[in-house]
Structure formats: C-alpha cells, structure tokens
Design a binder for this molecule. Structure first.
Ligand code: 0A1
Ligand code: ZN
Length: 876
C-alpha cells in the first residue's frame, strides 16, 4: 500500500498567483548523468492577490546547491525545503532569485522534465515537468520571457536547441560549446523546451501571408533523414491553412521539430520547438502505412495550430485543458478534412469518440470536459478532454454557423492574445462577437455523461405533416446524479422515397426554408411539426454527427437500409450501415445463432460492383462495426459472442460475394503506385486491402496465395502490413515464417518492429496469452520505451478482447503484473494502460470479479499517485 492518500486539487480552490515571474534566465551545464541548472528569476508581487506573501516554488527530484536573493546568499533559516516545494517567507515586493540545482537525466525514466533518449537530451514539461528541471511557480498562468544558455560537450551534443531565436553560439574551453536562445514571447513554463544531441536536419522555408520567411527545421537521427519529407510538407500545409481559414500567421523566424524515440504521448507544442514522438513525424512509404501518413499530417497540424490556441493564448489553470486541446483538435479535424476526404475524417473521429470516449463517459472515470478536480493532471489527457472537447467546439460552430463562429474566434484572438484564460472567456468572446447568450451551452463543459436523444416520428398522410418528438436525458456520472438539459444542435433532413431532400417548412412558417435544418434543443422535450410533406419521408437525423449523443430511434431495418444506400450526408450514410449491421449482429448474439442477413449482402454488393468515387469512403462503407462499438451497445458485454458473430459475418460475406471481392481487389491493385500517397492512391489501397481482409477469412488456398503474393511483392508498408495482417489473423499456413521474415527485414527500424509486436499482440487465435508472454520476453521488448510498451500491453488489452478478457482472468493478471513493473519506471504510461481494467462493471460477474481483483492487487501495492488515482476511482 502506498503511504498516505494523495490530495485532490479542486477548481473551486483556484487562487491567482501571489508572485509573477517576468523574466527567466536559465543556464544548463548539460550532461547525461548530472546536469547543473542555474536559474535567475525576476519576481514581482501580484497586486491582485491578497494571499500571504510567501513565495512558493515547485520542485521535484532537484538537488539544491545554492540560493541567492538579490545577489546575496540566502541563509537556510530564510527558506524551507520540502519534498516538492521550496518556500521563501517574507520576500520583498520585487526581487531576483537565483538557484542552482543538480538533476540526473539518464536516471529519469518517467520522461518528464529533462531526460535521455537514444543519447539525446530532451525535455517534456507539460503538464508539470518544469518543476523537475528547476524551482519555479510551475503553473500555466505565470508567463515569463525566457533566455536560455546551453553548454555541453560538442562531440556528444553538437546540436543545442531551445525556444525562440538563437542569439549566440560558440566554443568553450575543453571541447565544450554553448548556445544562447531567447524567446521574445512570454510563455508558461510547460512550453519550455531544450534539446541537445547528435542530430541531423532537413530544412525548408515558408513565406507567411505578410511576406516573412520562416525557416523550418526537422531534426532527426541521421538514419531517419529519408523520412522527413512528409512532415515538412504537412507543416507547410498547416501554416498555409491556418492563414487561409483563421487568418493566423506564424510569429517567430524559425519553427523547429525534433523527433524523439522515447515519448509518453504523440507530440508537444513547445514554443518554436516542437518535440514529436518519432511515430508521429517520421514517414516514408517503405516503412510507414497510409494511416501513419495521415497521422503525421494530423499531429504536425495539431501542434502547429497550438501556436495560437494554447501558446499565444494559454490556460489559466489545468482544469481549462480542453480550452486548448478541444479547440486544437477541432482545428486539426477541420484541417485534415479540408486536405483529404472530409467524410473519411469525420467517420474516423466519430468512431474514436464512440468506441473510446463514450465508454469513458459510462465508467468510473467519467468527468466533464472541464473536470472540477484531479489528483494527477497527467490522468486528464483523456478522450473526454480531447475528443469530446472538440465535439463541443464543433457544436458551437454548428449552432452559430461558420461565419459567426469565425467572428467569435477573431474576437477571442484579439481580446486574449498573451493571456492565460478560461473556458468562460472563450464562450464570452463567442457571445460578444455575435450578440448571443451561451450560458446554457457552458453545461457541455461542466456536466459529464453522454446525453441520450429519444426520437419518435409520425407521418400523417391526411394532414401531410411529419411530427418529430425528441426527448433528451443524461445518465448520472460520479458526483453528478442529476443533469440539466444541454443545448444540442440536431441537424435534420427529410428524404423522399427516391432519396431526394424535401424542402422543410415548420408549422407556423410561411414557406419552406431549405432542406437541412439545425434544430437547437434546449429543453428536455421538444416537438417539431413539418408541414406540406407530400409523401412519407425518411428522417435523416444528427447529420454529420451534429452532437456527441446517443441516438435512440427505433425503426424498421428497411429504413436503415434505405439510408445506407441513399442518405445525402456521407456520415449518416455510413452510420446507417453501421446501425443496420449492429442490429443484425446484436440480435444474432441474443439468439446465439448466425444466419447471414440478406440486407448485408444487398448493401455490400453494389458498393463492390460500383465503388463510389471516394474509394477510402467506400472502404469504410464496407467495414463491419468494430467490436468495441458493438460492446458499447450491450448492457453486459459478451466478448466471445461479439467476436464470434462478427467473424462469422465477415466469412459469410466473403463467401457470398467472393467474386465481387476478388474483382474489386484486382481492379484496385496497382503495385506501381506504391510510393504515391495522394488521396486517390490511398483510397485505392484501402479498398483493395479491405477486399483482401474479407477474402483472407475464407481460409482457402486461393486466398492464402493472394495474401502471400501481396506480402512478397509489396513495396510499401501499407500493402505489406495489410497482407501480413491477413496472414497472421487468419491462420495462414505460412504465418510463422512470414512473421520471421518481416522481423528480419525490419529489425533495424524500431517503428516497423512496433508494428510487428502490435500485430501479434492483437492476434485473436488461440494461445494468445503465451504469445504475449513471449513478446514481453523478446530481447527487443523494452519497458522503458512507451511505444514498445503500448505495442504489446496496450494493444493486447484494447485490441484483443477475447484473450485479454479470458474468463479465467489470466489476461487481467498479466496486465496487472506488468503494470506493477512499469509503474516504477513510468507512472504516466502505467496509469494510462490500466484503464481497460476500470470497465469491470460492464462485464459478467465472473469477469467483473477478476478485473476487480486485479485492481485490488494494484491498490494494495506501493504505486504512484498516477496509478493510484485510476485504480481507486475504478474501485469506488
Ligand atoms: N499538449 C500535447 C500533449 C501532451 C501532453 C502531455 C505530455 O507529456 C506529459 C506530452 C504531450 C498535445 O496536445 O499535443
Ligand atoms: Zn494538443
């Protein structure tokens, strides 16, 4: 059992800082074992604070060497050193504070603060890593100007980078060199960064809309220089897009990105010096899949967009995290939708929301988009804060319309540039720019849970009216038994029997006003009556997924089938198919039978025979609902039943439409396009590989040959991996040797080897637990590398439900064993990987008991506060 219970921090306890820090001068004597950090802070009393005048600085794992106030050494009686704070009572109104500390980067396996990755020194300060570098008021509302001097051995660390502009560099005695960087923009400490290492770079330039030339630099290890083009191209596209779409220009003369192998998250938006998990920045067709290429575009865009939404305008406190993350994810989504297929990106986003965020909202870790308390802020980089937060911003945009939303954004930028603000400030800018009242909308930030929309409709042929009744309610979540109604935009269209949109006229309106309506629900019950509806229509509702809610709408399968073929909204068309197939599969689980439903074949056949122009979208229309999505719809999750009916459906569809799959495969197989990453070529590959995956389920010599042939001849990773997946997951006779071949081919490419690990960890065939044990014992498995850990433990727990949820609890036990090891190394990643266990209430009593036992075991151990928070909340 850990000692003492960690304390929760509450939003309601927020106090403005007692002291501001205007300027910071940092000097680093860099060394992997021991780095010396000298800090000089210009401190000033905040007149707006009435709190006692102690100066409280955060600090963790620091060895204090010296401390001076206004140039004079401070006697020990004038300060108090605690485990995680340095307190100076009775300091003047304005003074300079100098400290000197020692830190140990090579021993820092948490990857927060200054740490070592493949011989490179780098930092990660969000959320509270800066306190592991020096004593500082480490909170986002203290914004300062930084000047940073880096000194290091020139052979080991020839490249020395920090935020902002390079002021000076040169040699020191004894083979060391130095660089001085200055960031002209005041920033919170979480945006501080430095990098020192033996790195190579690729460069480019971007001319901004006002004609300034910005130098773009991507720093990587030398063997990765061939994987930089796509990220640089993505960066230029993002910069141009933010100018076009939001009128936002980049503000420094240099934009640097560094690829890091050991990274807890995807990437980090440090001012002028982004640090990226190598997975999210390195890509070339031979080693990265089309999905990877899309991810790089998205993450490069995301970090770039933070320069305005996060950096120029930052957060008052960490409770406001979604103010920067939800907004930036929304901007990233818009960017990717504009750059590639809008429909595909929307479907992917909603899929992620429904398979990952909805379960979060239903479970013990449910929290509002703006949480009101936390123990460890790192646990709040969640699907709710990011993905639901983006949906909340999207709803604002839907309610206001793009033009007015943009006006609100302009005012937000103008009013708050250089400030640390709150979600209320954001809504206020939207309100003031448009003369609207958004007070009810704030509930999306303060109330947790996924609202339900109960929809009933009735067509009256005689009166020629279409009646639409909608009720909203939201289930209780921890600490929030009752909810007030949300303001929900519901986009609707009525389709006539030919699939054409009908002009819409509500009772009381003089004439029809267009065919698509955004209905704004503000009450628990609403009734809408559309008049002059000549023929019985089919309702297309919640178009483009206009709100993050669960739709409860009972209607005959035929109507879903109609929408699957005819809906004019690409998202809803796809979703109708998902609903239809889900209903068929869930009914089969109930009946414990699996007979292929004719609706499925009828839906799939025309798509295969005449694919739509957007091939990637067609591939999505041909996809069965994910196991997680089916699980989400069951009261008690039947993992075995879900897997069984889904696999059976896949095989039966493969058999019933075999010739169609095959001809569609051949029509889209263009090996010569291997290096083409245009949307069209990606679309063709996606459709072809979807065909391959169905065919592979047939488990016969012809499809075995097809998969092996593709594996052997593939020149790009998308095709090679798709073939390998077909071979691994469908009991191919050449499975073992092909896996061995893949490993041999790629043993020197860690990001590809991650895929090799992940593929096997997700393999649903029998003996999975043993295989996972072997992977964990493999010489290339490394508990210190989060990418590798996620590839094995993360994938096993999330993407191999049948075996992770083995009835005897062996999967849970294995995870718990490894979490205990991992937690001692990297608590942040351990806490994240523990989350699949927290859904124990959703399973049958036997599984629930075993999951509970695994959590109990973790709670009894000496665990970090990160893991403690997850485990105790799950057990409450
Ligand atoms: N702000 C980053 C995400 C991030 C958060 C925490 C990190 O380390 C603890 C690292 C990155 C983003 O949204 O991209
Ligand atoms: Zn972000």
């Amino acid at each position: 059992m850990r000692e003492g219970t960690p304390k929760a921090i509450r939003l309601e306890d927020y106090r403005p800082p007692v002291y501001w820090v205007d300027r910071v001068a940092l000097a680093f004597d860099l060394d992997a074992d021991t780095t010396r950090v000298q800090a000089r802070l210009e401190v000033r009393r905040n007149p707006a604070s009435s709190d006692p005048n102690d100066l409280i600085l955060n600090g963790e794992d620091l060895e204090l060497q010296r401390i001076r106030l206004d140039g004079r050494p401070l006697e020990p009686a004038r300060y108090r050193l605690e485990a995680d704070r340095l307190i100076l009572p009775g300091v003047p109104e304005r003074f300079t504070l100098e400290t000197e500390v020692l830190i140990h980067p090579a021993a820092n396996a948490r990857l927060e603060g200054l740490y070592l990755s493949e011989g490179m020194l780098c930092t990660q300060c969000e959320a509270e890593g800066f306190r592991r570098i020096t004593y500082f008021p480490d909170r986002p509302d203290v914004m300062a100007r930084y000047r940073v001097t880096l000194k290091a051995d020139k052979t080991r660390y020839p490249v020395l980078l920090a935020n902002g502009n390079l002021l000076d560099e040169g040699m020191l005695d004894d083979g060391r060199h130095f660089a001085v960087w200055e960031d002209p923009f005041p920033k919170p400490s979480y945006l501080f960064a430095l990098v020192a290492g033996r790195l190579e770079k690729r460069t480019d330039t971007f001319t901004t809309m006002s004609g300034r030339e910005v130098l773009l630099e991507l720093y990587v290890e030398s063997h990765d220089l061939d994987k930089c083009d796509h990220a640089l191209d993505s960066l230029k596209r993002a910069m141009a897009w933010d100018e076009r779409k939001y009128g936002r220009e980049y503000d420094l003369d240099r934009y640097m990105i560094v690829a890091v192998s050991h990274f807890n998250m995807g990437a980090m938006e440090n001012k002028g010096l982004n640090l990226f998990n190598s997975q999210c920045v390195l890509a070339r067709p031979e080693t990265a899949t089309d999905d990877d290429f899309e991810r790089v575009l998205a993450v490069v865009g995301h970090e770039y967009f933070h320069n305005w939404t996060g950096n120029r305008i930052t957060l008052r406190d960490w409770f406001q995290l979604s103010l920067k993350e939800g907004l930036t994810v929304f901007r990233e989504q818009q960017f990717c939708a504009d750059e590639a297929s809008k429909a595909v990106r929307r479907i992917e986003d909603v899929n992620l929301l429904r398979t990952r965020q909805f379960p979060e909202d239903e479970g013990p870790l449910a929290h509002p988009v703006r949480p009101d308390s936390y123990i460890e802020i790192n646990n709040f980089y969640t699907m709710t804060v990011y993905e639901k937060g983006a949906e909340v911003v999207r709803m604002l945009c839907t309610l206001l319309g793009w033009e007015r939303f943009r006006k609100g954004m302009d005012l937000y930028f103008e009013r708050h540039d250089g400030q640390a603000v709150t979600c209320e400030d954001f809504l206020k800018a939207m309100e003031d720019a448009n003369g609207v009242d958004l007070s009810q909308f704030l509930r999306w930030y303060t109330q947790a849970g996924t609202p339900r929309l109960e929809v009933a409709c009735h067509y009256d042929a005689k009166a020629r009216t279409f009646q639409l009744n909608i009720n909203q309610w939201c289930p209780p979540t921890p600490g929030q038994p009752e909810k007030e109604p949300f303001l929900i935009p519901v986009t609707v269209v009525l389709l006539d029997p030919e699939g054409r949109e009908i002009p819409l006229q509500l009772a009381g309106e003089a004439a029809p006003q267009g065919s698509e309506r955004v209905l704004a629900l503000s009450e628990a019950h609403h009734a809408f009556r559309f008049v002059n509806v000549e023929r019985p229509p089919v309702l297309s509702i919640l178009r483009d997924f206009s709100a993050p809610v669960k739709l409860m709408l009972d209607r005959p399968l035929d109507q879903w089938h109609f929408l699957w073929r005819h809906d004019t909204d690409p998202f809803n068309r796809w979703d109708a198919g998902q609903t239809l197939i889900s209903q068929v599969l869930l009914a089969q689980i109930d009946r414990n039978a699996a007979v292929l439903d004719p609706h499925l074949v009828e839906g799939f056949a025309p798509l295969l025979q005449q694919p739509l122009a957007d091939r990637a979208y067609t591939a999505l229309l041909l996809q069965l609902p994910e196991e997680d999505y089916l699980a989400e719809q069951m009261d008690v999750i039947d993992v075995d039943g879900i897997h069984r009916v889904r696999e059976t459906a896949r095989r039966e569809l493969a058999a019933a439409l075999r010739d169609d799959w095959l001809s569609c495969y051949h029509a889209h197989h263009r090996p010569e396009e291997w290096a083409d990453t245009s949307a069209a070529a990606i679309g063709r590959r996606r459709l072809k590989n979807t065909c391959l995956s169905y065919l592979a389920s047939l488990d016969d010599p012809a499809s075995h040959d097809l998969a092996l042939q593709q594996y052997r001849t593939a020149r790009c990773m998308s095709d090679q991996l798709a073939a390998l997946r077909a071979i691994v997951c469908d009991a191919h006779p050449a499975k073992t040797e092909t896996l061995a071949d893949f490993y041999d081919r790629w043993r020197h490419e860690p990001l590809v080897i991650d895929k090799w690990f992940a593929l096997q960890a997700a393999d649903p065939s029998s003996g999975a637990l043993e295989r996972v044990r072997k992977l964990l014992a493999h010489p290339d498995f490394d508990l210190k590398n989060p990418n590798r850990v996620r590839a094995v433990l993360g994938v096993f727990a999330r993407q191999n439900p049948v075996h992770f949820h083995a009835r005897d609890g062996s999967g849970y036990q294995l995870l718990a064993d490894w979490l205990l090891n991992l937690d001692r190394i990297n608590p942040q990643v351990a806490a994240r990987l523990a989350q699949p266990l927290t859904a124990w209430r959703r399973y049958d009593p036997q599984r629930a008991r075993r999951m509970h036992q695994a959590l109990e075991r973790l709670r009894q151990a000496d665990i970090s506060k990160d893991l403690f928070e997850i485990v105790t909340k799950a057990l409450e």
